[in-house]
Design a protein around this ligand. Structure first.
Ligand code: M6R
Length: 591
């Protein structure tokens, strides 16, 4: 499951702290929520409901130790019964992940006379705990975890141990936190940042005991010394300055670019110079929006003739990598640094001896710790499920990396690299298109679907524009290479069908215009975005959007901005919440 878990020990206000942490986990996407508090007398009190975290408000539940959960349903529909925490005997448990052998374990428990109250895979874990327990809380959790296959982050209460929480991690993210008078475990750094002052990542296979302090144990039960680091300012929780998180995050793009560029200037790339200089092949893997950023990077390196570059969605990577090996560089791109498919792809590349570079927005994320060299985006916390500012920041990191690679190989940075410094200001200039994009969204709000077209470097941007519209406006939208339409998809174009085309590459202006002429001849409503006034003035498009000028290789950082804003307006005009798209979670921590 792509759920969020929280555990908290606190002198006072544990219930309130749990609810506020759960509210911070909301952005990950969920369909039900719950908490369980353990009082000093050893009484477990639970409240769990289908729907929003706000449904949990009510009479305060007493207790100084508590666990909480936001559930994103996989095993069993969203319902009060399937919501976590799950209880059995002296135990209460919250779980993020998937227990792959749950069916066999459930059969065993049913045969032993257990009665299940939910359809979840997680309930088997709490029932196994109840069976395994002989007075040793941590021992029982370790014993049960040894029987689980799949992925999990667990937080458990036991009524014999008021003031204690045991947590465990394998494959699903978990971080420990501390503040004055409170200790935490949580799935998510951003969700803890408003509460904890110090953080410490928990590694796979480790166990955490929260009581008077945070203690971490390895799989063999030996206590592990681990340093806590102070929460950095860029990790602090975000707040909405304007309307929705997505609107705020689009407004923050210039700042995100400025901060990311400043961070890159301070980054010492020398440790990866040898690997980059000697790279035989470059492989990139990522999911969703991050994959589109990776596509732009691959296009740029290929255009520069760096070496063979292969780009794949992380979920497909393992099936397409017969050749990856030593002397290859593998670039993994992930805003959260916790996407399960991307982590798996990176592990595979590492096992084959490739040099791993990660690009993440979350310090201390699983990906940042897995790779040989991590490049930090400094986009700031991204709360809206739809990625916006992180995409622009990813592109900047990737293009900067490309410039470093070219420098290490050829001894000179490419000419376009010098123009990167102007990107924040140019992004601000893009805001001038928003009035027009808003009017366009109002005109197209009732459309049944739309196409986004682009050729070459504009194709990833077209794919990203379409993904944004699908994701938050719940509208069929597809991105295509402009030259591909007549090979099938043109059949969908009819009177009034919107087609938005990007044209930022001079050599391809006329070819993209041809594609627009084709769709317009079939009645489409054509929109063209370009930085060339001449191209716009000559175009047959019904709506023409002028982009700011920047050298061609950097255009994708800017040309996506009007599309991000357009999708957000479409979502709002269609009565949706762009921050919480249907069926989707921010951090996809299962394969
Ligand atoms: O955290 P990641 O960058 O690894 O996430 C990858 C995708 O799940 C993510 O980009 C997703 O496609 C966005 N919700 C799209 O807006």
């Amino acid at each position: 499951m792509m759920c969020g878990i929280i555990g908290c020990i606190s002198g006072e206000n544990c219930y309130e702290k749990l609810l506020s942490s759960l509210a911070r986990l909301e952005y990950r996407g969920y369909d039900s929520a719950g908490v369980c508090l353990l009082s000093e007398e050893g009484v477990l009190r639970v409240r769990k409901k289908k729907g929003y975290v706000s449904n949990l408000a009510g009479k305060r539940l007493a207790g100084g130790a508590g666990i909480g959960h936001t559930r994103w349903a996989t095993h069993g529909k969203p319902s009060d019964e399937n919501a976590h925490p799950h209880l059995c005997g002296k135990f209460a448990l919250v779980h993020n992940g998937i227990i792959e052998n749950y069916a066999a374990l459930k059969e065993e428990l049913l045969a032993a006379g257990e009665v299940f109250l939910s359809e979840t895979d997680s309930e088997v874990v709490v029932r196994l705990l109840s069976h395994a327990y002989r007075g040793d809380f941590l021992g029982a959790v370790r014993e049960v975890c040894a029987r689980l296959s799949g992925s999990y982050a667990l937080a458990v209460l036991c009524s014999d141990f008021p003031g204690e929480i045991v947590a465990a991690r394998k494959g699903s993210p978990l971080v420990a936190g501390a503040a004055k008078g409170a200790l935490y475990v949580c799935s998510d750094v951003p969700a803890l940042c408003g509460e904890a002052e110090f953080l410490c990542p928990v590694e796979d296979g480790e166990f955490v005991v929260l009581s008077d302090a945070v203690r971490i144990y390895d799989a063999q039960g030996r206590q592990v010394e681990r340093a806590f680091s102070r929460v950095k300012s860029e990790q602090r929780a975000a707040s909405v300055a304007e309307g929705t998180f997505m609107q705020s995050e689009i407004a923050q793009i210039p700042r995100a670019l400025r901060d990311t560029l400043a961070g890159l200037e301070d980054t010492d790339f020398a440790p990866c110079a040898r690997a980059l200089r000697g790279a035989k092949r470059v492989w990139c893997a990522a999911c969703g929006t991050a994959y589109h950023a990776a596509l732009s990077f691959a296009d740029l390196l290929a255009e520069e003739g760096f070496c063979d570059v292969f780009c794949s969605t992380s979920s497909e990577f393992r099936y397409k990598t017969p050749l990856i090996g030593e002397k290859d560089v593998f670039v993994a791109v992930s805003q959260s640094g916790e996407t399960a498919d991307t982590l798996e792809a990176a592990r595979l590349a590492k096992s084959r001896g490739a040099y791993l570079i990660g690009i993440t927005n979350v310090a201390d994320s699983s990906l940042s710790r897995l790779v040989h060299f991590n490049i930090a985006m400094r986009a700031g916390p991204e709360i809206a499920v739809a990625a916006t500012k992180s995409y622009n920041a990813q592109l900047v990191c990737l293009f900067y990396l490309a410039a470093q690679m070219l420098f290490f190989k050829r001894g000179a940075v490419p000419g376009w690299a010098g123009e990167m410094v102007s990107l924040p200001e140019k992004a601000e200039e893009c805001f001038r298109t928003f009035g027009q994009m808003s009017a366009l969204a109002a005109k197209l709000r009732a459309a049944k679907g739309m196409f986004f077209l682009g050729r070459n470097a504009d194709l990833p941007t077209a794919l990203e524009g379409a993904l944004k519209v699908r994701e938050i406006a719940c509208l069929f939208a597809e991105g295509y290479p402009a030259g591909e339409l007549k090979h099938g998809s043109l059949a969908l174009v009819e009177e009034g069908f919107p087609v938005l085309a990007l044209s930022t590459r001079e050599a391809l202006f006329s070819k993209t215009e041809n594609a627009l002429a084709e769709v317009r001849a079939r009645g489409a409503y054509a929109v063209l975005l370009s930085q060339s006034e001449e191209v716009l003035s000559r175009s047959c498009a019904d709506c023409k959007v002028l982009l700011p000028q920047v050298c061609a290789p950097l255009m994708p950082v800017l040309s996506v901005l009007p599309l991000q804003y357009f999708a957000c307006r479409m979502s709002l005009l269609r009565g949706m919440d762009p921050d919480k798209p249907r069926n989707l979670a921010k951090s996809v921590t299962v394969e």
